[in-house]
Design a protein around this ligand. Structure first.
Ligand SMILES: *Cc1c(COP(=O)(O)O)cnc(C)c1O
Length: 474
């Protein structure tokens, strides 16, 4: 067969990509107006989408229409300006464009050799992030799929370091028959860090949880806990807790850790809290972070890039590489090779996440991120002030940064009735289409949390939230 235009296997790409761009653009343009979420059951979603594998295929733009139409009720407008639920950012337009190009380029950002462009872009992005947050330039880093993986990178490095102090190599020898590696954190440790401890063989159930009044670790209690340990330990500090946005006092925590003679690996979970450092107004919340050994953070939250994206920094590059070394004759870097992303995290072949982040940072610059962080915090503060001054609502914690924790508290109701009322109101708000907030338990109370970290949220959207909350005040 001669090579004709029609037989070109890539000719179909133009129509498909143009259609995807058109649908994506229409979706983004409608985000501000559409219902944030709707009540849809698992049965309805299965009825819409579950079907046998197609026997024959056809690559036409219509398949995108088909999926979109069938999936519609289950699409949550979490990148939209009225989503205040989990700490979800909304992807910046430049970041979405970068992400689309990433898929089209389809680079393997594992070995340097697979894409020198991807590897160098990631290095540049990591450098920019260190500059944005004022972190030590000598720290090494890696782009992950999110803060869970960022915590895993930091904690695997910590495990490696502690093991070496105890005379073995956890990555090479395993943990069997070795002395236990103690992990200390506060009662506010994030579920993802606990999950990582399970994955790493350190034990989900083995965390020594130190008291954290108001969400902030008690440094004296931390010192007392460490004093009970003869050997080195991992300490996990929290910079931005999901319930209230509280920060551990990293300055004091790092001093306490330095005072534990056998040594401490200090990991900071700063999934969204790290972004406080982008603003001179809020940077003080992270004072002392430069003394940490590793820091985990998210990019798909406050950097406002598409899923899935996060980053981790580690002080000691050699420890990080020991934790994630990958051998294999066919992987020998060879002459002229540069930085290998895959030697710095669990994955080998991986998505080129650096481009979306590169586009986001280029599109806003340092000043744009400072402005965005400050606007989000102002929105949170405005909502917190309103809650505090409104009868029948109770602010459960100060708005430390960008999260507001509150509840309905009409007079004369006992705790269990209040819990039922608050849970019911969360559900009503979530299915109203107007806003999404999520629930938690704070200080023994059923509580509601609203998070503010979307670049597109305006004060008018915060007013919609206030009105929606107000309407259920009874
Ligand atoms: C969101 C979050 C995580 C987990 O991040 P993922 O992006 O969901 O993997 C960890 N720690 C904190 C404090 C978070 O807010």
């Amino acid at each position: 067969m001669t090579h004709t235009q029609a037989a070109d296997p890539f000719a179909i790409a133009g129509a498909l990509l143009a259609h995807a761009a058109q649908l994506g653009q229409a979706h983004i343009a409608g985000l501000a107006e559409q219902a944030v979420a709707t009540a849809v059951t698992p049965q309805e979603m299965a009825a819409r989408l579950d079907e046998p594998l197609p026997e024959t295929g056809s690559a036409t733009p219509a398949l995108l229409d088909e999926w979109l139409e069938r999936a519609a009720p289950g699409i949550v407008a979490s990148p939209g300006p009225r989503y205040f639920g989990f700490v979800n950012g909304g992807a910046l337009p430049a970041a979405v464009a970068g992400d689309w190009l990433t898929a089209a380029l389809d680079q393997n950002a594992g070995p340097w050799l697979s894409s020198p462009a991807a590897a160098q872009t990631e290095l540049t992005v990591l450098r920019w992030l260190r500059e944005l947050f004022g972190l030590p330039p000598a720290w090494t880093g890696t782009l992950t799929s999110g803060a869970t993986m960022s915590n895993l990178v930091g904690l695997a490095s910590g495990r490696q370091w502690v093991g070496r102090q105890l005379g073995f190599d956890p990555a090479v020898d395993g943990l069997g028959g070795r002395p236990a590696i103690p992990v200390v954190s506060s009662t506010e440790i994030h579920a993802s860090a606990v999950k990582c401890l399970g994955t790493l063989g350190l034990g989900r159930g083995r965390v020594r949880n130190v008291h954290a009044p108001g969400g902030m670790i008690d440094p004296d209690a931390l010192a007392a806990e460490l004093a009970q340990l003869d050997g080195p330990a991992i300490v996990i500090a929290n910079a931005g807790d999901v319930n209230t946005g509280a920060f551990d006092d990293l300055s004091t925590v790092s001093e306490v850790c330095a005072g534990h003679q056998p040594g401490v690996w200090l990991h900071v979970d700063a999934a969204f809290g790290l972004f406080a450092a982008a603003s001179p107004r809020h940077r003080h919340l992270l004072r002392g972070i430069e003394r940490a050994d590793s820091v985990g953070a998210d990019a798909h939250k406050w950097l406002n890039v598409p899923y899935d994206s996060g980053f981790a920094f580690v002080r000691d590059a050699a420890v990080l590489r020991q934790a994630f070394a990958a051998g294999g004759a066919y992987l020998e870097p060879g002459p002229g090779a540069g930085w290998d992303p895959m030697s710095h995290l669990p994955e080998m072949s991986r998505r080129f996440r650096g481009l979306a982040a590169w586009c986001a940072l280029k599109s806003l610059g340092r000043a744009g991120y400072q402005d965005m962080v400050e606007r989000c915090v102002e929105n949170a503060q405005s909502f917190a002030d309103w809650v505090e001054s409104t009868a029948g609502l109770q602010l459960l914690a100060p708005a430390h940064l960008n999260i507001v924790c509150f509840r309905y508290q009409p007079e004369g109701l006992d705790e269990s009735t209040l819990a039922t009322l608050n849970r019911a109101n969360i559900r009503t708000l979530q299915t109203s289409g107007e806003v999404v907030v999520t629930g938690t338990t704070w200080d023994g109370h059923a509580a509601i949390r609203a998070a503010f970290d979307n670049w597109a949220t305006r004060p008018a959207d915060v007013d919609v939230l206030k009105h929606a909350v107000d309407r259920l005040r009874g």
